[in-house]
Design a protein around this ligand. Structure first.
Ligand SMILES: [Zn+2]
Ligand SMILES: [Zn+2]
Length: 244
């Protein structure tokens, strides 16, 4: 069963706040690709290899980071590069930042190469939250790094959907939304997290709460619609929790 071993050592997941996981991945790749980085692990390496990795200019690391949701065009370079056979001792890494934004179509396109990458190729998926990654990605990767820190906006926002006092404070939610302006990506993550942590027993109408979350997952907002959507979700869960 060597195949399983191979898979698991070439596709990884790192979860946590964006900058923290990006820094971890950069450091990890430098240790892997720089000939002498391993000798001075705690100090910054000034060599060309390491600098190129930090600046996302490396020929051996393809760093993909779309500003909004992934589209198939973002994935294409991977499929082009990976056709080339690497020399025995060479490595090439693909980093997919904000991998929680991978659509099912994009993930499907990647599954085969992630499952059985040609020799020397590896994948690193960076995501704010493990639960927000598609199960097809989760099942093909090993966790390389898990941050102890929650994404700050999210932990604050999440309390408005879990804490009984904050769930009765629509004005507090409004203030929070105006000051933090959660993005579409954060809104999606929030719902993914909420699905994992919600305590239906605390609801007067658990079946209504389940329906609300079902609807929420099937109707993610368009650009610019996050605040409206979050207010709707707040009111709908409020009703399910407190009304008869
Ligand atoms: Zn060095
Ligand atoms: Zn170096």
């Amino acid at each position: 069963m060597n195949i399983i071993q191979t898979n698991h050592s070439s596709a990884f997941i790192c979860t946590g706040p964006h900058d923290e996981v990006a820094e971890f991945a950069t450091d990890y790749l430098q240790q892997l690709m720089c000939p002498h980085r391993i000798e001075h692990q705690t100090t910054i390496c000034r060599c060309n290899v390491c600098r190129a990795i930090t600046e996302h200019q490396s020929s051996t690391v393809t760093w993909i980071e779309p500003t909004s949701d992934y589209v198939l065009d973002d994935i294409e370079p991977i499929l082009t590069i990976i056709r080339f056979q690497l020399d025995d001792n060479k490595k090439h890494a693909f980093v997919l930042a904000n991998a929680h934004l991978l659509s099912t179509a994009c993930a499907n396109r990647l599954l085969k190469v992630v499952e059985e990458p040609p020799r020397g190729y590896l994948f690193i998926f960076l995501a704010n939250d493990y639960a927000a990654l598609l199960p097809t990605i989760q099942s093909r990767c090993t966790i390389l790094y898990q941050s102890p820190h929650q994404v700050p906006t999210l932990s604050g926002l999440l309390t408005f959907f879990t804490d009984p006092e904050k769930q009765q404070d629509p004005a507090g939610l409004d203030t929070f939304l105006r000051s933090e302006q959660p993005s579409l990506a954060e809104t999606k993550l929030l719902v993914h997290q909420l699905v994992t942590v919600i305590d239906y027993d605390a609801y007067r109408n658990p079946s209504v709460a389940k329906q609300v979350l079902d609807t929420a997952q099937r109707n993610f907002p368009q650009a610019g619609g996050a605040q409206h959507y979050l207010r709707w979700l707040f009111m709908a869960l409020h009703a399910a929790r407190f009304s008869d």
